[in-house]
Design a protein around this ligand. Structure first.
Ligand code: ADP
Ligand code: MG
Length: 433
């Protein structure tokens, strides 16, 4: 039996999310399913992990579960992608960042996995293989559908407690994230707790001026964030780079020659950009120059001398200087997405310089998005920000004012656990004590 160790910690849950945490349950000796998101950049030809930020980020939770029997599950990429690989290298990497014995099983919920799960001793961690090798885990559906999956039904019988530390996947409604908390006592891990607190603060009362820097390629993920933060008055300035920067330049001036710069399906989003400009134009800062590749070299061009063909691959240096000044004067800075195609030599300049300006700011600085935090970690800059989010999509969903299904599931579980009289009576541990 997992007894609740002390009164429920209201404080640790963010305002809108009343879930339980590791403070609320006894974990010693318990068989725990720990859902994490250690979906990391991998070199598909060697299976080498290129950046382990997300693995390091769960170490606080692993430390607190030192006396538990931990069975860790994560996905890695998705079917059809070349980095849709086994979790074996992840298991090896986890061992570097915790004191427990770590082993791996190349199965998710078959007889081999179930046998190994039952044998895990306190102080051990068993890493299951890529949860998405089990096709059900790829469903994105309502909780009532997800509880009927074999994965949820099988896991429900095996575990005392479910700990969800997969904040970066909290915007998905999948069996291990949303189905499992319907049937097992469930609490948030330390990373989920920390991330929610850090990102939610931005929507409460951010210190002013509050400046957002939005770039990257996925315009459709960034525009709902702009709409929400501007409508709620939570941002003073939005500095744009990457594809969002180019889309807004086009929305400001339909005659601007952006050549091959815009994604083909962007026209349908253009109205949203125009509407933002109409309502909040003076808060939007688009690039004032752009960098192109000409004869293999970076050339910065002002807006009135843009070439007719080729794609803009970075913001220009005058833009960077302007952004640096605005960042310097800000009390809160939030950045998501690189300002240019930083993977190409010379076109990392905008993103790197802006990251450095944010790093110098002593206010509340938050960066997120897989590509941007990958660059920050490569540069050894991670510790220079107040919060580095391991999430891309989940952080953006939260900033866009959307609910996170993975966290809502924890809220429902908490309500059920309270109704059960603060006692978790299900599924006592079996196997080797
Ligand atoms: P993040 O992972 O940081 O949230 P995204 O996934 O939205 O960012 O976008 C990252 C990608 O955006 C990078 O691969 C980068 O090359 C691309 N990108 C950045 N600027 C541009 C640009 N001006 N044109 C095309 N692609 C860009
Ligand atoms: Mg990305």
């Amino acid at each position: 039996m997992v007894a609740v160790s002390r009164p429920m910690s209201k404080e640790s849950s963010s305002k809108n999310y009343d879930f339980l945490t590791l403070d609320d349950v006894k974990t010693s000796g318990k068989r725990i399913f720990l859902r994490v998101d250690i979906n990391v950049p991998i070199d598909p030809s060697t299976d080498e992990i290129l950046d382990d930020t997300r693995i390091r980020a769960i170490s606080d939770t692993l430390k607190e579960l030192e006396d538990a029997r931990v069975i860790l599950g994560s996905h890695q990429s998705r079917p059809g992608k070349d980095d849709f690989t086994s979790l074996e290298p992840h298991a090896q990497r986890i061992a570097r960042y915790c004191s427990q014995d770590v082993s791996f099983v190349d199965d998710v919920m078959g007889p081999l996995a179930r046998q190994r799960i039952l044998r895990v001793k306190p102080g051990e961690i068993l890493v299951l293989d890529n949860l998405r090798f089990c096709s059900e885990e790829n469903l994105d559906d309502k909780p009532e559908k997800l509880v009927k999956t074999h994965l949820v039904k099988r896991f429900a019988k095996l575990f005392d407690l479910n700990v969800n530390d997969a904040f970066a996947t909290a915007h998905r409604s999948q069996p291990s994230l949303v189905g499992l908390p319907e049937v097992l006592p469930s609490v948030a891990g330390r990373l989920t707790e920390r991330e929610l607190k850090a990102v939610s603060m931005l929507l409460v009362n951010p210190a002013r001026p509050c400046v957002y820097v939005l770039g990257g390629s996925k315009f459709e993920d960034k525009i709902p964030v702009m709409e929400h933060i501007l409508a709620k008055g939570k941002a003073d300035k939005v500095l744009l780079g990457g594809v969002p920067g180019k889309v807004f330049l086009r929305a400001m001036n339909p005659d601007i020659p952006l050549g091959d710069s815009l994604p083909p399906d962007i026209e349908k989003e253009m109205d949203r950009a125009r509407s933002i400009l109409k309502n909040y134009g003076d808060q939007i800062q688009a690039p004032i120059d752009l960098a192109y590749a000409m004869k293999g070299k970076r050339i910065d061009c002002s807006l009135n001398s843009l070439p007719n063909d080729g794609a803009a691959l970075d913001v220009g240096m005058r833009t960077v200087e302007k952004y640096a000044k605005l960042i310097e004067g800000a009390a809160t800075v939030v950045a998501n997405g690189p300002l240019g195609v930083f993977e190409r030599d010379g076109f990392d300049l905008g993103t790197r310089t802006v990251l450095e300006s944010i790093a110098k700011n002593n206010g509340y600085t938050v960066i997120g998005g897989g590509h941007l935090i990958g660059l920050a970690s490569m540069e050894g800059m991670e510790t220079k920000f107040k919060h580095v989010s391991t999430a891309g999509g989940a952080m953006l969903s939260l900033l866009a004012g959307q609910r996170l299904p993975g966290v809502d599931a924890l809220v429902r579980a908490a309500a059920r656990m309270r109704a059960e009289g603060l006692q978790i009576t299900k599924h006592t541990s079996q196997g080797n004590q």
